[in-house]
Design a protein around this ligand. Sequence first.
Ligand code: MN
Ligand code: MN
Length: 302
Amino acid sequence: MPPSTTTVIDRARGAFLGLALGDALGATTEFMLPNEIRSEYGVHRKIIGGGWLNLKPGRVTDDTEMSLAMARAIVAAGGWDLVGIADNFVAWMKSRPVDIGSTCRKGIRNYLLNGVLENPVNDWDAGNGAVMRMVPVPLFTLGDEEQMANCLLAQAHLTHNHPFSDAACITTGKMLQAALLGADRFELHRFTQELIAEYPKFHFNDYRGAASGYVVETMQTVFHYLFTTATFEECLIGVVNQGGDADTTGAIAGMIAGAFYGLESLPSRWLRKIDKTVRREVDEIAGDLLRLSPWYREQVSG
Ligand code: MN
Ligand code: MN
């Protein structure tokens, strides 16, 4: 029996809120080394802000802000709208965000100045910036894997065009959609094995702790902690204490683990801490996206 629409919407909320939690939690330890984190915090497990951006506790960064920019464009259009997404990215960049990656800035400027919606393949584009913001896509395309793949790559190529980034987006998307519909951890693991069969670099069975913004290391960190922990909280704590691009590994782990373990698994002491306006919007827009999906439409017309 398929899960109820309420269950799936709650998992979608878990995914988007999980992303925001991982972003806010990890921002504190971004660019730190594990031993620096250990000597400063023991185990970092509280949303306290700070970090290299000197954030207020609960402040989210580009990972959540770009996800919201994309989500708003999709909800406003009632479906896919690449120009709307690009326009929202421009507006976001002009709003002087607290952080913006160099590849994102370059891509958004290329749209702003030259109208370019698809950047050419570039060896330097193997960062994690296209994965960190992709959560709206698997939500609004649930039930149509082909549309998900097309939209994931289109949004990615606004800024990042590299086979590793593309592959990471697709794998994360498949894991998310499967998790939304109730997949177990073995099914999720299978998607990582498909990825590794095509791109062996992503293997993570001998994970050694590199957690940079290089999308391969980012995904290895996320996969390692996803499959060696038993709760949302444990997974996120593991990831952000690895340092490196901790807000982004936190965001990506948060979206997958949030969908997998569900809304009730998100620690309320973390939810209470994140920026209230962001929390409210993220929570609501996750449901709005899911209700646009072919899966949802079929359930309610069923
Ligand atoms: Mn960030
Ligand atoms: Mn980051």
